[in-house]
Design a protein around this ligand. Structure first.
Ligand SMILES: *[C@@H]1O[C@H](CO)[C@@H](O)[C@H](O)[C@H]1NC(C)=O
Ligand SMILES: *[C@@H]1O[C@H](CO)[C@@H](O)[C@H](O)[C@H]1NC(C)=O
Ligand SMILES: *[C@@H]1O[C@H](CO)[C@@H](O)[C@H](O)[C@H]1NC(C)=O
Ligand SMILES: *[C@@H]1O[C@H](CO)[C@@H](O)[C@H](O)[C@H]1NC(C)=O
Ligand SMILES: *[C@@H]1O[C@H](CO)[C@@H](O)[C@H](O)[C@H]1NC(C)=O
Ligand SMILES: *[C@@H]1O[C@H](CO)[C@@H](O)[C@H](O)[C@H]1NC(C)=O
Length: 745
């Protein structure tokens, strides 16, 4: 028994990495094993199937591994390559194309259509890759010494009930990759010594309990990729020694509570890729020695609460890819020895820490999403290892983001504070507009504050995030930060729209006197803040409906929600980002395009052709830049949201880049775009500087500045004094309007 458990452990280890002497055997995917020292990996099914699938024989070599397999399987395959040359043959009669060594015979790919006639004392018979069609009655009856028969890769359709009669010493029988559709009851009757029976890749649809009559010693049964639809009432009634049962890839629909009743020796039970939809309560209750259970890729929607109660020795459990709706809170309670638990692709709405706590020995756990990892903080390896934002160890998994969060936070904070300061310091002609800009900077500044906090908490939890992840996401701080970020984003978006519309009205309808006064502006700004505040605060309203709206990820920003999270928060997030924000973005884009066209028309009417082109490019540049910065910031968000509508899974990495990088870009750029590049500001700034350090450069430059839009790049030939000049010769009133409005753009 211990040996067998050891065996299970070995399989487990194979999933990760093996060192053999000094040679590091390559790391293979789960369920695959390495081909010796080659970098090739093969599926488990190819291991020891009697075919050299690796090309270097490695897949057949380990069958004679000293740790358990040896006693079961013998060392047959290891010496296969060595047969002919050195060894004497003790068989007097065998077909031409066969290799004989002592009493073992290999007739691989020898074009045989029937089992050939041989000397009686053959002990191993390999007829792999021939064209044998059927096994008639008593075909092996003379070869009572036979211990191993390999019949894989033939065309066997029919096996007579008495085909294996008299094989009292047979230990190993391979019948995989044939066309067997049914096996008659009693066909293995005489195989009292059989330990190993491989029936993989046959279209067998039914097996009866009496089929296994006589298989008292059977240890390993594999029926992978058959067409079984049901299992006998008591699978192991005739096979008390059965230790390993692999029924992967069948069409089994139901398991009964008696199916595994007498399988008390079973240590490994594979049932993946079937159509099991329900497992009754006591199904596994007699599997006291079970070490590995694989029920992945089935259609199980519910597991009875005490199903796993008696599996005290279970070390590996795979439930992945089942449409489970619910896991009972004590489901895993008695799995004290469990080391690996696979719950990939399973939604666990009622997940909590107590669910995983009893499994003290658990070292590997696989979840559908990273967020669940915080519910199993004691498990050493949790997959997926990151949601793209956080990792098991750190709030911000990516080092670039970790640095950028500070850089962008400082740029945003100081940029905006600086502009607020400058705006207050320098008296603008248009005070209402200046007010709007200041308010915009305030909103953008909040984004900087939010990022500073993210940076701070990232530092605080560095290296031990898994312990705090849950607390953090549930915490008031996280919610407040989410609120802050949302408030900042929404107020900023609404303000930009407001500013754009204001400008739009003035430029497109220059003669209508619809300019808002100071009071109206203050009122509008107040309203915008109120709306922003409401948008950000509504999720706190009803915790039941929205769930933890902000605490969905480490950065507390509700950008992306899993398909099946609280429907309320999903819809709300969608409504904000794809409703309000997309609309705002479209308005901004549309307004700037219209304004650009309108200005271009005016230019064509008034200015000389020579200067015309440069100016136009410059206007286009500036407008393009404003819309472009908005686009950089918002288009990724829209794309993510639209994709999530189509149920596309968004890698978390994208979310984190958007939150830390793209969204704040707008906040960081807004002060520059809306103030630092305007000529009045530059003018004033230079005057100031000039006062302090009397440098002649500025005097010269100052001349070239006009009270209109000036492109940032002074050295560029695209310097633009455009609108002021455009309007020369036009009526004074219009000129005045432009002078007042456009400089702040
Ligand atoms: C669980 O089963 C799935 C599918 O059958 C497989 O891909 C995965 O590797 C298994 N997990 C473990 C831990 O072996
Ligand atoms: C792999 O092992 C074989 C012998 O077992 C040896 O000849 C070959 O050089 C090895 N290859 C590598 C890459 O180590
Ligand atoms: C070939 O067989 C002989 C005798 O059984 C053994 O000593 C030798 O190691 C084998 N060689 C290989 C390469 O397996
Ligand atoms: C049986 O095998 C022995 C060697 O083990 C050999 O000497 C003898 O000739 C074989 N008998 C027959 C009938 O093939
Ligand atoms: C198995 O289920 C049947 C009903 O389906 C029930 O009568 C029987 O008691 C159960 N057996 C065990 C061992 O629980
Ligand atoms: C955990 O596993 C180790 C061996 O891997 C074993 O000695 C220990 O008893 C196990 N712990 C529990 C609680 O079963």
């Amino acid at each position: 028994m211990l040996l067998l458990l050891h065996f299970v452990l070995l399989i487990d280890v194979k999933d990760f990495a093996l060192t053999e002497g000094n040679v590091i055997i390559p790391l293979c995917q789960k369920g695959y094993f390495p081909c010796g020292n080659m970098s090739k990996c093969l599926p488990r099914a190819f291991h020891c199937d009697g075919v050299d699938d690796c090309g270097n024989g490695a897949d057949e070599e380990n069958c004679g591994d000293a740790s358990g397999w040896a006693t079961i399987f013998g060392t047959v395959h290891g010496s296969v390559n060595n047969v002919t040359v050195t060894q004497e043959c003790f068989l007097s009669q065998y077909p031409e194309h066969c290799d004989c060594k002592e009493t073992e015979l290999e007739c691989v790919d020898a074009d045989l259509r029937t089992v050939p006639t041989l000397s009686h004392n053959v002990t191993l018979l390999s007829l792999k890759k021939n064209k044998i069609l059927s096994l008639p009655d008593k075909v092996f009856i003379k070869y009572t010494e036979l211990k191993k028969i390999f019949l894989q890769y033939n065309c066997i359709r029919h096996i007579s009930r008495k085909a294996f009669f008299g094989l009292y010493n047979l230990q190993i029988l391979y019948l995989n990759h044939n066309h067997i559709t049914s096996l008659r009851s009693g066909v293995f009757e005489d195989l009292h010594q059989l330990t190993w029976l491989i029936l993989d890749d046959n279209p067998i649809t039914r097996i009866s309990q009496r089929l296994f009559t006589g298989l008292n010693s059977l240890f390993f049964l594999s029926m992978v990729d058959n067409h079984l639809e049901a299992l006998p009432k008591q699978m192991c009634a005739q096979m008390p020694q059965l230790n390993w049962m692999d029924l992967e890839g069948n069409r089994i629909k139901r398991l009964r509570n008696s199916t595994f009743l007498s399988c008390s020796s079973l240590t490994v039970l594979f049932l993946p890729r079937n159509q099991i939809d329900f497992v009754p309560e006591k199904t596994f209750s007699s599997l006291k020695n079970l070490g590995e259970l694989d029920l992945s890729n089935n259609k199980i929607t519910e597991l009875p609460p005490h199903l796993l109660k008696d599996l005290k020795l279970l070390q590996k459990l795979n439930l992945s890819s089942n449409p489970l709706l619910y896991l009972h809170k004590n489901q895993f309670e008695s799995l004290k020895q469990l080391q690996s638990l696979d719950l990939e692709r399973i939604e666990i709405p009622n997940i909590n820490t107590r669910m995983f706590q009893p499994m003290k020995n658990l070292s590997h756990i696989y979840f559908k999403n990273f967020r669940y990892c915080s519910y199993a903080p004691h498990v050493r390896i949790c997959m997926p290892s990151t949601d793209g934002i956080s990792s098991f160890e750190d709030l911000l998994a990516n080092n670039i983001l970790r640095v950028f969060v500070w850089v962008i936070a400082f740029i945003t904070c100081f940029g905006n504070l600086f502009v607020i300061g400058m705006r207050s310091f320098i008296k603008a002609e248009n005070t209402t507009h200046a007010l709007s800009i200041k308010v915009l900077c305030c909103a953008d500044c909040l984004m900087g504050v939010y990022l500073l906090f993210i940076g701070f908490f990232d530092m605080r939890y560095r290296g031990q995030y898994q312990k705090y992840a849950l607390l953090w996401m549930e915490s008031v701080q996280c919610r407040l930060m989410g609120f802050l970020a949302m408030l900042s984003t929404e107020v900023s978006v609404l303000l930009l729209t407001y500013l754009t519309l204001e400008k739009f009205l003035v430029i497109v309808f220059p003669f209508s006197n619809v300019r808002p006064g100071r009071r109206q502006t203050s009122l509008s700004l107040g309203c915008i803040w109120l709306v922003g505040f409401l948008i950000a605060a509504i999720p706190f309203w009803d915790e039941d409906y929205f769930g933890n709206f902000y605490g969905q990820n480490g950065v507390c920003f509700p950008l992306y929600h899993d398909q099946t999270e609280d429907i309320g928060s999903k819809v709300y997030s969608l409504g904000i980002f794809l409703g309000v924000n997309l609309l705002a973005f479209l308005i901004i884009a549309f307004s700037y395009v219209t304004m650009f066209c309108s200005i271009q028309k005016t230019t064509l009417q008034t200015s000389e052709v020579r200067t015309h082109l440069g100016r136009e490019v410059a206007v286009a540049n500036r407008f393009f830049f404003i819309v472009f910065s908005d686009a950089i910031c918002w288009i990724p968000v829209f794309v993510v949201k639209i994709l999530s509508l189509f149920q596309v899974e968004i890698p978390g990495t994208i979310t984190s880049w958007i939150v830390i990088f793209f969204l704040p870009v707008n906040s960081a750029l807004n002060p520059i775009l809306y103030t630092l590049t305007t000529s009045v500001f530059k003018d004033k700034l230079k005057q100031l500087l000039h006062k302090h350090r009397r440098k002649s450069i500025f005097k010269i430059k100052k001349k070239s500045l006009s009270t209109s839009i000036v492109w940032t790049d002074d050295s560029s030939s695209l310097k633009l004094g455009i609108l002021n000049k455009i309007t020369l010769g036009e009526n004074v009133r219009r000129n005045k309007i432009f002078k007042q409005d456009v400089p702040y753009c």
